[in-house]
Design a protein around this ligand. Sequence first.
Ligand SMILES: NC(=O)c1ccc[n+]([C@@H]2O[C@H](COP(=O)([O-])OP(=O)(O)OC[C@H]3O[C@@H](n4cnc5c(N)ncnc54)[C@H](OP(=O)(O)O)[C@@H]3O)[C@@H](O)[C@H]2O)c1
Length: 339
Amino acid sequence: MKTFLAGATTAAILPMISTGQPARPTMKAIVVHEYGGPEVLKYENVPRPEPKDDQILIRVIAAGVNPVDGLIRSGMFAKYEKAAFPMIPGADIAGVVEKAGSKITKFRMGDPVYAYISLKNSGGYAEYAVATEGEASPKPKSLTHVEAAAVPVVSLTAWQALIDTAKLSKGQTVLIHGGSGGVGSFAIQIAKERGAKVIATASTANQDLLKELGADVAIDYTKTKFEDAAKDVDVVLDSIGKDTLARSYGVVKKGGFIVTLVARVDQAELDKHGIRGASLSVKPDSHELAEIGRLIDESKIKVVVSQTFQLADAAKAQEQVATGHTRGKIVLKVADQPK
Ligand SMILES: NC(=O)c1ccc[n+]([C@@H]2O[C@H](COP(=O)([O-])OP(=O)(O)OC[C@H]3O[C@@H](n4cnc5c(N)ncnc54)[C@H](OP(=O)(O)O)[C@@H]3O)[C@@H](O)[C@H]2O)c1
């Protein structure tokens, strides 16, 4: 027997007739069903994630694109951790809280938030995603959602590398490789905020950006060997690896620190130069993200978004990021900026 609910649309009623239960709402998302190139990123309709008691459901307005998104999609990490297909990529989101689980105390429906989310729960290249309180923080008021989505992963990486790991302090000198990229652009500003002297590297086209971000010394790596301009530094932040990392051990003063994001540190080289080092793997941290948000709202850190793409064009965005020459960040626009 058919039932009729006053005020309900036919579309909403039909699923109830066929299954006896309301159908799970759907959303548009970029979905990966198998490892491969950018062509495996499919724009599809999928069920909307349902927040658990300790999660918020976020209506995503913008999603940041990181180099690691493409590496996961390609299967590079499959030998360590196999993806659970179908998988939605993307760890950086900014949006509005749509629903809060029963154990959530920090957020309410309608709150603007940004987050570094775990792919185990859901992905960011989607109209909706879930986050825990440990992953999300209030969106900086001074940023649009597009700008906010450019912040979480790379700013936390820079923070955890320089502050938590290398313990960079006032008056020290830091060499930041790749200063014009996502991590580097935050690293320069976080280091300046700590009172450090900053030497940063990038190609010719990005020398202006290094200076705008506050670098005291900008090195064009296509023209100058960084070893010639940076000597006896206290800390190196390496996001390039290979030859760049290999040549960096020699520019750190005794007792100094190298932190790399892309390789294992060479213990023999560390010992040879009397320095310490670590490889960093960034982790979500809502307290640090809130602190970074405070610095952004105090105009101490600015966010550089060089390009945006529509969600459906995620493949083009990942291809651009894969060049390794992104200026600041690339962001996917998922929905219109709320009024
Ligand atoms: N371990 C972790 O937890 C972690 C976290 C975040 C990122 N990462 C990794 O760290 C790397 C950087 O990430 P990102 O998001 O900052 O990347 P990105 O936005 O693509 O930035 C890369 C930057 O590196 C510069 N660059 C390229 N070759 C260079 C060289 N030989 N010397 C100096 N600079 C060079 C580029 O500037 P030009 O265009 O001027 O060359 C570009 O601005 C990626 O490999 C990423 O996967 C690791």
